[in-house]
Design a protein around this ligand. Structure first.
Ligand code: FAD
Length: 287
């Protein structure tokens, strides 16, 4: 099923997982999936490390299993920065064979130590290429606080409109910790004529190191109340975990009340946290 068709009559709940590290057994992820299955997600997406820390076969294998073994719709992430057209065509064929109908088309992060391949400069180039070479539902990434390389929020929205016009069927945001960024972004997108569903990406924070990595990677801003919370509980892992869950629930309740199209939960492969959040919000998801 094309995941863009799910948004018509409910608040969508989707989950994101990542393949286990190369050194770990792929079986670990199936244990995680068994636990996430009970959350009845509308779809589960599987990341793909553009830098080469994971293999695309793991993403394909897991996305295929989610769909064919667990009966849940799946989305395969596909960052193009280090791929050429033939490699993308091979991957599209693999998705088609496995029955994976949904692709999150990404550029991927620039790695200063690696020269990018030249076939796709932006995610919008990949979106056009997928449209020309297959029949997939295409999802795009978007950035409530603006993408870190973008000169301005308006430029970023202009670029996003190009990506949507190229054939993107729905959007998922980068994580954020202050909902006001999301609401301003949604307004800018609407004014720019971007009319596809936009899911809010929510990451429950469970330790300080994790959030420091995220800030370094994507430059998200941390509200004062969030920083105060982290400082108070940084040496108490259980309290930090529970405070992170409560913070995420608070964000989600507000987003649903404000009519968000969907919530995309970055699970960090942690079913305990995903289950706690689900228990707190499941009754709110009905239309
Ligand atoms: P683009 O849409 O190409 O945008 C990149 C930059 O180029 C932006 O600054 C944009 O404003 C600018 N731009 C776009 N089009 C134009 C244009 N026509 N002219 C000038 N400038 C332009 N990374 C991974 O490696 N693997 C993953 O699995 C993964 N999953 C992700 C999931 C989500 C939900 C999100 C939000 C991000 C994910 N990422 C992933 C990270 C993503 O690859 C990076 O954020 C990357 O830096 C940008 O990717 P993009 O697809 O948004 O790029």
């Amino acid at each position: 099923m094309r995941t863009s068709e799910i948004f018509n009559n409910k608040t969508v709940l989707s989950l994101e997982i990542f393949p286990p590290r190369r050194t770990a057994s792929i079986g670990i992820i199936y244990k995680t999936l068994e636990e996430l299955q009970g959350l009845n997600p509308d779809f589960i997406s599987v990341t793909y490390g553009a830098g080469g820390s994971e293999t695309n076969t793991a993403t394909l294998e897991i996305a295929s299993a989610i769909k064919n073994n667990y009966g849940i719709e799946s989305v395969a992430h596909l960052p193009c920065i280090n791929l050429n057209k033939d490699e993308v065509l091979n991957m599209l064929e693999g998705f088609k064979q496995a029955g994976v109908e949904n692709i999150l088309a990404l550029r991927g992060d620039v790695n200063p130590a690696r020269v990018p391949k030249q076939d796709f400069r932006y995610a919008s180039d990949l979106v056009s290429f997928i449209k020309e070479n297959g029949d997939f539902n295409i999802i795009g990434a978007c950035y409530p606080e603006g993408h870190s390389e973008s000169p301005s929020l308006l430029d970023d929205i202009r670029h996003l409109k190009i990506k949507v016009d190229a054939g993107t069927d729905q959007l998922i945001t980068q994580l954020f910790f202050d909902n006001s960024y999301f609401y301003s972004f949604r307004e800018r997108a609407s004014v720019a004529g971007i009319n596809v569903a936009i899911e809010a990406g929510i990451m429950p924070v469970v330790n300080k190191r994790q959030i420091e990595r995220m800030v370094a990677l994507c430059g998200v801003k941390l509200p004062k109340k969030f920083v105060t919370m982290m400082e108070r509980y940084e040496n108490n892992p259980e309290a930090m975990r529970d405070a992170g869950i409560a913070y995420a629930v608070d964000q989600i309740v507000d987003l649903i009340a404000q009519g968000v199209d969907g919530i995309h939960l970055y699970t960090m492969n942690n079913p305990y946290i995903a289950k706690k959040i689900y228990a707190a919000i499941s009754t709110l998801l009905v239309a």
